[in-house]
Ligand binder design. Structure first.
Ligand SMILES: CC(=O)N[C@H]1[C@@H](OP(=O)(O)OP(=O)(O)OC[C@H]2O[C@@H](n3ccc(=O)[nH]c3=O)[C@H](O)[C@@H]2O)O[C@H](CO)[C@@H](O)[C@@H]1O[C@H](C)C(=O)N[C@@H](C)C(=O)N[C@H](CCC(=O)O)C(=O)O
Ligand SMILES: Nc1ncnc2c1ncn2[C@@H]1O[C@H](COP(=O)(O)OP(=O)(O)OP(=O)(O)O)[C@@H](O)[C@H]1O
Length: 509
């Protein structure tokens, strides 16, 4: 493909031959091959411009930058907004795979992953295969790609979309993070259905304030309908959330469908008569003249909202209400979201959940409180190099809604774990609670929680969910809450047997 075929009417200043051949695209010099176009992105750790020489040495024929670079060894395109330009370039390089797919984009602070899994189950129930891009992984057919980001860079999205479409799959369900929206990772992608789940405090290290965070999310809705696809587009909004209401005012030029559960709002998809049990939730779902009793295996009111969002997205994508209901009722467990660990008959429960905001923690603890348990023992920490302000809020929520809390580490990254815990303790001390213990090492904290647990208790391991790693200043090491829990469940079971045996012997002699 010639460079000039990949350029369009965006403002771009070309230095060199526009007939230069382009055989690949990359924003990472280490992945550049012969005749690649290299995008020199300014990053948060380093500047891609520093790697231009390496990219050229690896075979780059074109360099794309946002300020002129001194070289005669490759053609150069100087652009104003490199992230937007990269997305449009990717669309042309991969020949607009988004136009061949029915794409659902899910955004919001919490629930994105769960909703994508529910939609995947609904589609599967209708015999429809779909690709999924999200926090847990990127997958289609039998292919599973490890996820570095919830929403990857535009070039990666276009590459995956091309592969998905070429494999014969027609649907894509994608989580769209606020970072992706701010950094142009989905710029120009032609979505068919977009969903807003909720907006609560998160990522304010990046967005500065809630207005900035909301602005980022609203981009997905403002841009819906732009592009070449002629089919009807649909925006699905949780109207029980105050930011859902705000979203209605941003100017959406597509059909809007609202969903509501507890607040008696006028909505297209409504849940009523909600019953939360310890094995799931049951509720009535009403859409136009249709009504169904839904039984999902996911506990908690927040999952009723997720189910409404998923069903609405599926129906707006052409799935019949009846089939969507059937699929929802059969939707599978989401890895690391209220995932139960087998406690081999010890009489208490262990639940692993990805809650890493105060709102998510509150929702999960509320869901667990609805299941009649003796005590709730929570293990949690907060991530390093990320939004500091949520730490005391999570501390407060944890001690107020649990019987006992182990405050520990969770991806401390370059920060000192104990420093993060001190921030958490600020919130705990503010409410004067003493029902907690600091155990910096996460494995030890999980062990202590399991050893403390007794019949009828629930141990919540919050924050890491599906993750199989722990990131600290020394690097990334394998770590899984589920595996660690299983290890100490096993130990506790063995100790119990040993105690029993000792007891029996004492009885015999
Ligand atoms: C803050 C942020 O968005 N960072 C993303 C960004 O990395 P960065 O800016 O740190 O990149 P950098 O290391 O400074 O490098 C700058 C440029 O030089 C290039 N480079 C670098 C080294 C080299 O040898 N050669 C080379 O060409 C890099 O490829 C890059 O293009 O570009 C990377 C490649 O695409 C992303 O993986 C990375 O996400 C990091 C891992 C991250 O943690 N991002 C978070 C904040 C994020 O985006 N999260 C949201 C979800 C949030 C949520 O809802 O929970 C997400 O969508 O994932
Ligand atoms: N609709 C919801 N409202 C509030 N909290 C929720 C909701 N759904 C899930 N949660 C909580 O948020 C956690 C993350 O859920 P999920 O992974 O589905 O959301 P997400 O938006 O994909 O999050 P992330 O972007 O951090 O990956 C869950 O483990 C649960 O604690």
């Amino acid at each position: 493909m010639k460079l000039k075929e990949l350029l369009s009417d965006e403002s771009a200043f070309i230095i060199g031959d526009e007939n230069t051949e382009v055989s690949g695209v990359s924003y990472d010099s280490r992945k550049v091959g012969k005749d690649y176009a290299f995008f020199a992105l300014s990053g948060h750790n380093t500047d891609g411009r520093k790697y231009i020489a390496e990219a050229i040495a690896n075979g780059a024929s074109v360099i794309i930058t946002d300020s002129k670079y001194d070289t005669n060894d490759a053609a150069q395109v100087v652009v104003k907004d490199i992230f937007h330009f990269m997305s449009l370039f990717g669309a042309r390089f991969y020949n607009y795979p988004d136009r061949e797919l029915n794409i659902m984009g899910i955004t919001g602070t919490n629930g994105k992953t769960t909703v994508t899994y529910m939609i995947e189950s609904i589609l599967a129930n209708s015999g429809i295969e779909c690709g999924v891009i999200g926090t847990v992984n990127y997958r289609y057919k039998s292919k599973v790609i490890e996820a570095d980001n919830t929403t990857p860079q535009s070039l990666d999205i276009y590459k995956i979309m091309r592969d998905i479409s070429d494999s014969g799959v027609k649907y894509l369900v994608m989580e769209v993070s606020s970072h992706a929206l701010s950094l142009g990772r989905v710029y120009g992608i032609e979505f068919d259905v977009v969903v807003f789940t909720n907006l609560t405090r998160e990522h304010l290290d990046f967005h500065k304030n809630m207005d900035g965070y909301f602005e980022a999310k609203s981009v997905l809705f403002k841009e819906l309908g732009a592009g070449k696809k002629s089919n009807k587009k649909c925006a699905i909004i949780n109207i029980d959330d105050e930011y859902g209401e705000k979203l209605l005012k941003v100017g959406i030029s597509a059909e809007i469908k609202l969903y509501s559960a507890i607040k008696k709002r006028a909505a297209d998809f409504k849940a009523g008569d909600i019953e939360i049990a310890n094995n799931g939730a049951v509720f009535n779902l009403i859409f136009c003249n249709e009504r169904a009793r839904i039984r999902i295996k996911h506990i908690g009111l927040h999952n009723v909202y997720n189910a409404l969002a998923a069903l609405a997205a599926a129906v707006c994508s052409g799935i019949s209400f009846e089939k969507a209901v059937e699929g929802l009722n059969n939707s599978r467990q989401v890895p690391g979201r209220l995932e139960k660990v087998n406690t081999i008959g010890l009489g208490f429960e262990i639940v692993v959940d990805y809650a890493h905001t105060d709102d998510a923690l509150e929702n999960v603890l509320r869901a667990l409180k609805e299941i009649k348990s003796k005590r709730i023992i929570t293990v949690f920490g907060c991530g390093g190099d990320r939004d500091r302000a949520k730490r005391p809020l999570m501390g407060k929520t944890a001690v107020e809604m649990s019987d006992f809390v182990f405050v520990t580490s969770d991806n401390s990254r370059k920060e000192e774990p104990y420093q993060i815990i001190l921030d958490i303790e600020v919130g705990i001390k503010r409410v004067g609670k003493k029902n907690y213990k600091v155990v910096v090492d996460r494995e030890t904290a999980i062990k202590e929680a399991i050893m403390m647990a007794d019949k009828g208790d629930i141990v919540l391991l919050a924050g890491k969910g599906h993750e199989t790693y722990q990131i600290a200043s020394c690097g990334k090491a394998h770590f899984s809450d589920v595996e660690v829990a299983e290890k100490y469940i096993d130990l506790k079971a063995k100790q119990k047997v040993a105690v029993k045996q000792v007891g029996q012997r004492e009885f015999i002699f």
